[in-house]
Design a protein around this ligand. Structure first.
Ligand code: ATP
Length: 297
């Protein structure tokens, strides 16, 4: 195994609407689409499409959405040994997209909110065989902290993507992690510092370095990413592309975080892969295979 992803899965329920109904009203919507998502699942799919061996530790419900998610993991070659069934709804995200492409999103975490430290402990033997553990914040914080502790015991580096941001994230309990990858707004909320300029962003990363995190990589959209570490900081630019849909770009960037030998090479590869993904619509449907082609179906 290369990567253990301890995180979320969701099924996106996308309604294309003319307008939102007002209270008590029923309106017809012209179109509907279902898609697999959730930050953990997106990152797992990107990593697996790039050739990494991925084991996913997550919880699904006991419903048709669970079947959809499991089928999607298997289709993408992800190890589903620790995709656990729960007596709850699966994580779902009803999304409403209006004719101007503006969206309103509801997130129902469902079974994701039940992923426990004991579930992670149950996967210990397989996690121990991985080179990297990847975490986001769509699961309970106690499970995130327990996974970090397990990583420390096993001597496996941790990558934490603090999304969606949890202002109550305790920096003391994530001390010592190897890679922390927020976007600008997550960095702002976690540090309580402004991120208006690159200088501001650099100063905010100093707070996290001071809190004992080894590498902070701030994703900067079309500008690429800033890498801050004990010896300094640098900007690694993303290739210029014609972006049509940036949804899921952050997850693509992290999915590409396989072993590239050094951090700069990983960031370059992450920029390239994520920039390529924003040239296509959709989230997982925009993630290419290692040879640049798209998977069939
Ligand atoms: P999302 O929430 O949409 O998944 P994010 O806010 O977490 O995204 P961003 O910082 O917007 O993450 O983007 C992640 C990475 O994607 C960037 O570091 C960059 O490599 C790439 N990227 C995003 N937008 C563009 C763009 N317009 N052109 C080139 N690369 C881009």
């Amino acid at each position: 195994m290369d990567i253990a992803i301890v995180g979320s899965n969701m099924v996106d329920l996308i309604s294309y609407i003319h307008r939102m109904p007002s209270e008590g009203e029923t309106v017809e919507a012209p179109d509907f689409r279902m898609g697999c998502g959730g930050k953990g699942a997106n990152q797992a799919v990107a990593a697996s499409r790039l050739g990494a061996e991925v084991v996913m530790v997550t919880r699904v419900g006991n419903d048709v959405f669970a079947d959809t998610t499991l089928k999607n993991f298997r289709k993408n070659g992800i190890d589903t040994t620790y995709v656990l069934r729960t007596d709850a709804s699966s994580g779902v995200a009803p999304i409403f997209v209006d004719p101007d492409s503006r969206n309103s999103i509801l997130i129902i975490k469902g079974a994701n909110a039940r992923l426990s430290p004991a579930d992670v402990e149950a996967a210990r033997e397989d996690i121990a065989r991985c080179k990297l553990i990847v975490l986001q914040l769509e699961i309970p914080l106690e499970t995130v902290y327990a996974t970090i502790e397990l990583g420390e015991v096993l001597g496996i580096p941790i990558l934490l993507n603090p999304a969606p941001v949890a202002p109550e994230l305790d920096l003391e309990r994530i001390r010592g992690i190897e890679f922390f990858i927020p976007n600008e707004s997550e960095l702002e909320l976690i540090t309580g510092m402004p991120v208006d300029t690159l200088d501001d962003i650099g100063k905010a990363t100093d707070v996290l370095l001071g809190a004992g995190i080894t590498n902070i990589i701030v994703t900067l959209g079309s500008r690429g990413a800033m890498w801050a570490h004990a010896d300094g900081r640098e900007i690694i630019k993303a290739p210029a592309v014609q972006a049509v849909d940036t949804t899921g770009a952050g997850d693509a960037f992290i999915g590409e975080w396989v072993d590239h030998g050094d951090v700069t090479a990983s960031i370059r590869a992450g920029n390239r892969y994520a920039a390529d993904s924003v040239t296509r619509h959709g989230t997982q449907s925009s993630y290419a295979l290692a040879d640049g082609s798209l998977p069939e179906g």
